[in-house]
Design a protein around this ligand. Structure first.
Ligand SMILES: Cc1cc2nc3c(=O)[nH]c(=O)nc-3n(C[C@H](O)[C@H](O)[C@H](O)COP(=O)(O)OP(=O)(O)OC[C@H]3O[C@@H](n4cnc5c(N)ncnc54)[C@H](O)[C@@H]3O)c2cc1C
Length: 413
């Protein structure tokens, strides 16, 4: 297959004409896609892909939707777990878990944060010990999006308390449906419940379900976090309204997945509503508001260019770099400025909720959701630290605990 967008589109259209069967199950259709190299075109040929550049994934996704078909699933399995497993292996984990993720048989959540370890993620204390053919894990995770319906968890746990904090961590794949895993939903101030606490009490993991190597989990964690910084713009696939089992199941899968993320557009500030709203409220001619809207739209445009630069770097095969942190900071600024403009235009009634409130309560939901943008996937302050240290070459943040055995360190919680 030639790596040019038009020739990829032509080959895919020709293939769909012969292969599309709307009455297959979604999983059976995805197996057919994968067998032909269209499931995850940018993945290596030996791991279910076609070895094409990363941009080919978008071209194929668009073309499948335009043809009224369905592509690979959306979510942290494809966006975070699979790229980490592709990067770090080992082959046993790749062989067992990549295909079920790609066809949508296994969904994932991320089990990194703990009550005493968020920004200081390497301070985590959930512990795994080897017991014959298994690892046994105990501890507590928190803020785990979608853990209430995930099959597998990307889990960081400490396997060596005698090693320095970054070196005693192992990256596991945790089977979520087992007696040692208790998932408790948390309700947020915007009334949605996308997070959970996850309590692990002697939960079991097959010995081979280690990503990378034992004690090298920090490397895998950095890969996942780098991909996460680019992960904000997750959009629901626009499936054709046509009938058929593949599309019915794809729509149900998307409904389940996006019910968790229903508030994410509000989290990003709903810039799309700003001009319309200023016109509707008669504030579009107010010079102060016009100035703030202009500031917002310029910020948003600049942030899109940053995202484009990040995509271009990725398409050239570069691993995610400082563009990720810059882009993440930019989306926080855009979201905050959008909330500011919405409040200026709507005034005190911005805080009202319910059907009679401005925009049916959407403005209030924006105000209550925007703070999450500066926290999820690493806070604004942490992005600034990353940029200072890794992009600008400033001295590292002072740290007295990097080389000491973890068990000797003072800890939170
Ligand atoms: C929408 C959303 C989705 C999430 N999904 C997941 C998920 O699926 N899985 C998961 O594991 N976690 C998830 N999280 C958790 C998220 O990763 C953590 O909330 C985040 O890393 C911050 O950690 P913390 O909440 O413990 O805050 P803390 O680390 O306690 O930070 C508190 C404050 O101190 C500041 N601070 C801390 N350290 C420094 C420093 N060194 N320099 C300067 N300032 C500092 C922070 O910037 C922040 O303002 C999610 C969070 C949100 C909001």
């Amino acid at each position: 297959m030639t790596a040019a967008p038009e020739s990829i589109r032509d080959s895919l259209r020709a293939w769909i004409a012969g292969a599309w069967d709307p009455d297959l199950s979604l999983v059976a259709w995805r197996h057919r896609l994968v067998a032909a190299g269209w499931g995850a075109p940018s993945w290596p040929v030996e791991w279910h892909g076609a070895g094409l550049p990363t941009w080919a994934d978008d071209v194929v996704r668009e073309e499948l939707l335009a043809a009224g078909a369905a592509g690979a699933p959306v979510g942290v399995g494809m966006a975070l777990a699979a790229p980490t497993i592709l990067a770090h292996g080992p082959d046993g984990v790749r062989a067992e878990l990549l295909l079920p993720t790609l066809v949508g048989e296994r969904s994932w959540c991320q089990l990194f944060s703990e009550p005493g370890a968020g920004s200081d993620l390497a301070g985590l204390t959930t512990t795994a010990e080897r017991d014959g053919d298994e690892w046994v894990v105990s501890g507590q995770k928190v803020w785990n999006t979608s853990a209430h319906h995930a099959d597998l968890g990307m889990l960081l746990a400490r396997t060596d308390w005698g090693a320095p904090k970054h070196r005693g961590i192992t990256y596991f794949v945790l089977p979520m449906h087992q007696p040692g895993v208790e998932v408790r939903p948390l309700r947020q101030m915007n009334n949605h419940a996308s997070f959970n606490e996850v309590f692990l009490t002697e939960a079991r993991i097959p010995a081979a379900w280690v990503v990378g190597a034992v004690g090298e989990g920090w490397r895998g964690a950095l890969t996942t976090l780098a991909f996460e910084r680019r992960f904000g713009a997750m959009t629901r696939p626009a499936y054709a309204p046509a009938a058929g089992r593949v599309l019915d199941e794809a729509r149900r899968e998307a409904d389940e997945h996006f019910s968790t993320y229903a508030w994410y557009p509000q989290r990003a500030g709903r810039v799309d509503l700003v001009v319309e709203r200023a016109q509707a409220t008669g504030t579009a001619s107010d010079p102060m508001i016009r100035q703030e809207i202009a500031r917002l739209l310029s910020l948003q445009r600049a942030s899109r260019w940053t995202a484009e630069r990040a995509r271009a770097a990725l398409a050239l095969g570069r691993t995610p770099g400082p563009e990720g942190s810059i882009g993440k900071l930019a989306t926080s600024h855009v979201a905050r400025q959008a909330a500011h403009v919405h409040t200026m235009g709507t005034g005190a009634s911005s805080v009202l909720t319910g059907p009679d409130a401005p925009l049916g309560g959407t403005i209030a939901e924006i105000l209550l959701s925007v703070p999450a943008q500066s926290i999820a996937g690493g806070t604004d302050e942490i992005q600034r630290n990353i940029l200072g240290e890794r992009a600008l070459g400033l001295p590292r943040e002072p740290s007295a605990d990097r080389d000491l055995p973890f068990r000797t360190l003072p800890r939170n919680g």
